[in-house]
Design a protein around this ligand. Structure first.
Ligand SMILES: NC(=O)c1ccc[n+]([C@@H]2O[C@H](COP(=O)([O-])OP(=O)(O)OC[C@H]3O[C@@H](n4cnc5c(N)ncnc54)[C@H](OP(=O)(O)O)[C@@H]3O)[C@@H](O)[C@H]2O)c1
Length: 346
């Protein structure tokens, strides 16, 4: 095993702090504990973590909600007790086989299902780590990666947004929605964002041409037509949105619900020549962006960071907490009212 290269003359501590959950439940199951200081293997790096996102998915994993999530996270207890998949920080040490990163580099790591980011130090495969461009603050880079790595495939690949595409984003102030509004506007779409009163100005500032305050105007009262409705937060079904769609339009959702998996499977048939006429070709689909190959996800994060460096998009940071207060951060995420991304700052 090759020795890691130390970054500074300061002696490396023997232990670090992580926040773990050893059982499923409310935010209080998250506890700070000591763990051995990670050591970089040949193709790995060790980071000093500076910011880590607290996502809706992680809050759901912690609570095992819905219960079927246990199939992925562990039937009786969490298989991976330390959550945190979108991490920003500085490289502390690199393994002998790592050539594109050096100690001191400011980086972003996407550890995916391996998690481990709720920690002061993180060991990650070098292939999951990217330099953060100058001019993009680390917390914003983490926020952009969290929302953008879902929003980008939805906007680019599933909605196929082009100049002039009429796009409605429900949940426009959430992590995914905020990134989707910006990416679609950058691609030339005519974006309408739906959010509550508190977030109207935020969504407008992200590039939405018009903003609907959902507390005053329900989706049922809107007329459209939109080429695409992106349901970023799962609070509006296809049934509620069908009247908003132009002929041939698509309803896309990030959240599984009754019927959407069937509709997704039937989409090619409904778009086919037999049914397109009578049904207007309006279809609905879900996509699971986290299931894409890690290399594709990382290429997307690289693209998002390049866009951020060019000033085309930005990461939206809501509230931040120290690492040890992860339970408070989770309680806030559980409200379903965060705007953009919640971060832990170790
Ligand atoms: N399919 C995938 O691959 C994938 C990947 C990542 C995430 N997801 C899922 O995508 C969903 C969104 O994630 P996120 O991180 O963007 O969520 P989020 O940041 O927690 O979204 C919060 C926003 O939702 C809005 N909201 C709350 N209740 C609402 C309602 N009744 N109607 C309309 N908007 C409402 C709130 O905005 P206002 O108060 O301003 O309305 C709030 O700002 C989550 O369920 C997550 O699990 C799916």
């Amino acid at each position: 095993m090759p020795a890691p290269s130390p970054s500074t003359d300061t002696p490396t501590p023997a232990t670090t702090t992580v926040v773990a959950h050893h059982r499923y439940g409310p935010p209080e199951v998250l506890v700070a504990e000591r763990a051995p200081m990670p050591v970089a293997g040949a193709d790995e790096v060790v980071l000093a973590v500076e910011a880590v996102a607290v996502s809706r998915a992680e809050a759901a994993f912690r609570a095992a909600r819905p219960a079927v999530a246990r199939l992925a996270t562990g039937l009786l207890r969490p298989r991976r007790p330390v959550l945190g998949g979108d991490v920003g920080g500085r490289v502390l040490a690199v393994g002998a086989g790592v050539t594109h990163l050096r100690p001191g580099d400011r980086v972003l790591a996407q550890t995916g299902i391996a998690m481990g980011g709720y920690a002061r130090h993180l060991r990650a495969p070098a292939t999951a780590v990217l330099p953060v461009p100058d001019g993009v603050p680390t917390p914003e880079a983490v926020a952009l990666a969290e929302g953008g790595s879902t929003a980008l495939p939805f906007v680019r690949d599933h909605a196929r947004v082009r100049p002039g595409t009429r796009l409605l984003v429900n949940g426009a102030s959430g992590a995914v929605g905020a990134a989707a509004v910006q990416l679609a506007a950058h691609l030339g779409a005519e974006v309408t964002g739906v959010c509550s009163t508190d977030h109207v100005e935020l969504v407008r500032s992200l590039g939405a041409a018009s903003v609907v305050d959902r507390t005053r105007t329900p989706l049922e009262a809107l007329a459209g037509p939109y080429d695409v409705v992106l349901n970023a937060v799962g609070t509006s079904s296809f049934r509620r949105c069908r009247h908003l769609l132009a002929p041939g339009g698509s309803y896309l959702t990030t959240v599984p619900g009754a019927g959407i998996l069937v509709r997704t499977a039937l989409r090619p048939v409904l778009r086919g020549p037999l049914l397109r006429g009578p049904l207007g070709g309006r279809t609905a689909a879900i996509a699971f962006t986290g299931l894409r190959p890690a290399a594709d996800r990382l290429a997307d994060v690289r693209h998002l960071l390049d866009l951020a460096a060019a000033g085309a998009v930005r990461g939206v940071v809501d509230r931040t907490w120290p690492l040890e207060e992860a339970a408070a951060a989770h309680a806030y995420v559980d409200t379903g009212r965060k705007a953009g991304t919640v971060l832990l700052l170790p």
